[in-house]
Ligand binder design. Structure first.
Ligand code: NZQ
Ligand code: ZN
Length: 399
């Protein structure tokens, strides 16, 4: 059993009336005379009326704010730099991210950058560590990345085509407002991407060498089973409105708990599939959840021999496979069942389905190089992967 660190300082307001707490939370975390940056994405929060409602709440309470939208999925460093300048110029004291993982990650990056004289990208490439940040809160509109409760921010540097994560407890959100009704406008594709990502955050922790943490195993399996069933109900079933809201609430709460280290701390988690996916989306700008679905079956087949028993438990306890046959057979059935679920949810299960063509050998080699920093870093804890391992996995996925 390994020692671990667990820290979740984020205050949560959950439910259909959660937004009513916005002003109280801004006053609590935004300083004596708060000034808010309302940060949002490509327009869904404008179209739903959420941005106007949020601005009205702040205005009614006499709280000053500025607004900056435009965050794209796979959030860009250039907008982060604009946000840093805006916050400095306007004397912003709190950033409110209204959106999903991309907006929250952009907000975290801006928060780190405001008090740092150098280039905020230094943190992502490991050249420096922040000593301070602006407080960040969110109104979550999509359950997926879990950034609302994670210590992580993932930013794409469009100039270098690098998509890198940076983790620090400093960046954890002060508060998250989580109203599942706000996710009713999500297209099925985004619900599917989110369902895949929530499961993957748990699977990255479930497939570990440290299987002696029974709480992690039990909670991980329960969360995975429930999220899989909820994905099926929302994406493949017929549900009435109250049941639909209940399912959205399940996904929303699960997204946070899948990635706040509750089912496994970072030092005993794998995250190789994530690292590989980040290389794919850095080059091809795909949706994160879809990229994960395209890689995981190949990662799993390449690595199942490391612990057949664990894969067999995944099959029977998560995917509902009948417990008949050898552990080797069960392991494969579990992977097939996960793949079948991805297909039901219209997610890709190969690179060519993901990007619309086969990746070239050069592209695969480039991704493997970047992912392993020229074979000097080997991502993964269940099984650390060399550059050649990643080439093999991506080649398997390139069907
Ligand atoms: O930009 P808008 O117009 O708002 O549309 C968004 C976007 O196109 C849309 N959307 C969000 N809420 C909606 C909605 N559409 C209709 N109704 C709503 N209520 O959904 C699209 C995807 O949004 P995005 O924020 O990109 O999704 P997600 O939460 O999946 O975040 C993905 C990003 O998070 C990173 C990913 O790599 C990716 O860059 N991750 C961050 C992590 C973290 N910080 O801990 C961990 C994850 O593993 C992940 O890497
Ligand atoms: Zn993820």
């Amino acid at each position: 059993m390994k020692d671990f660190h667990f820290y979740i300082p984020t205050e949560i307001e959950f439910g259909v009336n959660a937004e009513e707490q916005l002003v109280t939370l801004v006053r609590k975390y935004g300083g004596g005379a708060p000034k808010v940056l309302v940060h949002y994405g490509g327009g869904s929060a404008v179209r739903s009326g959420l941005i106007a409602r949020t601005e009205q709440r702040l205005a009614d309470a006499g709280i000053a704010f500025v607004t900056m939208g435009g965050v794209r999925p796979n959030p860009r460093l250039s907008l982060v730099n604009e946000g840093i300048k805006l916050c400095r110029r306007e004397g912003v004291t709190l950033i409110l991210a209204v959106g999903g993982g991309s907006v929250i990650d952009s907000a975290k990056a801006i928060g780190y950058g405001v008090g740092y004289e150098g280039d905020v990208w230094d943190f992502y490439v490991g050249k420096a560590a922040p000593t301070t940040t602006l407080p960040v809160g969110c109104i979550l509109t999509i359950p997926a990345a879990g950034s609302e409760m994670s210590d992580c921010t993932v930013i794409t540097n469009e100039q270098t085509q690098q998509k890198l994560g940076y983790s620090n407890d400093l960046g954890r959100l002060r508060f998250a407002i989580m109203n599942p009704a706000l996710t009713a406008t999500l297209p099925a594709y985004q619900i599917a991407c989110g369902t895949v990502d929530i499961m993957m955050h748990t699977m990255e922790r479930y497939f570990t060498k440290d299987t002696d943490m029974d709480m992690n195993t039990a909670m991980g399996e329960a969360l995975l089973r429930r999220v899989r069933e909820t994905g099926d109900a929302l994406l493949c079933g017929e549900v009435d409105e109250p049941t639909r809201l209940r399912h959205h609430a399940t996904l929303m709460w699960a997204s946070s708990w899948a990635h706040n280290d509750f089912t496994g701390s970072r030092n005993i988690s794998d995250f190789a599939t994530h690292k590989i996916e980040h290389e794919i989306s850095a080059i091809f700008d795909v949706a994160h959840g879809a990229g994960l679905a395209a890689v995981w079956p190949s990662w799993a087949r390449y690595n199942k021999h490391i612990d057949y028993a664990r894969f067999a438990s995944f099959a029977t306890n998560v995917m509902g496979v009948e417990p008949e046959g050898t552990v080797e057979e069960l392991a494969e059935k579990g992977i097939e069942a996960m793949e079948a679920a991805y297909r039901r949810w219209h997610m890709p299960t190969s690179l060519s389905e993901l990007i619309g063509r086969k990746a070239t050998d050069d592209e695969i080699a480039l991704m493997a190089d970047k992912c392993t920093r020229g074979d000097t870093f080997h991502p993964g804890y269940f099984r650390p992967l060399t550059r050649q391992d990643i080439i093999n996995i991506l080649t398997l996925a390139n069907k």
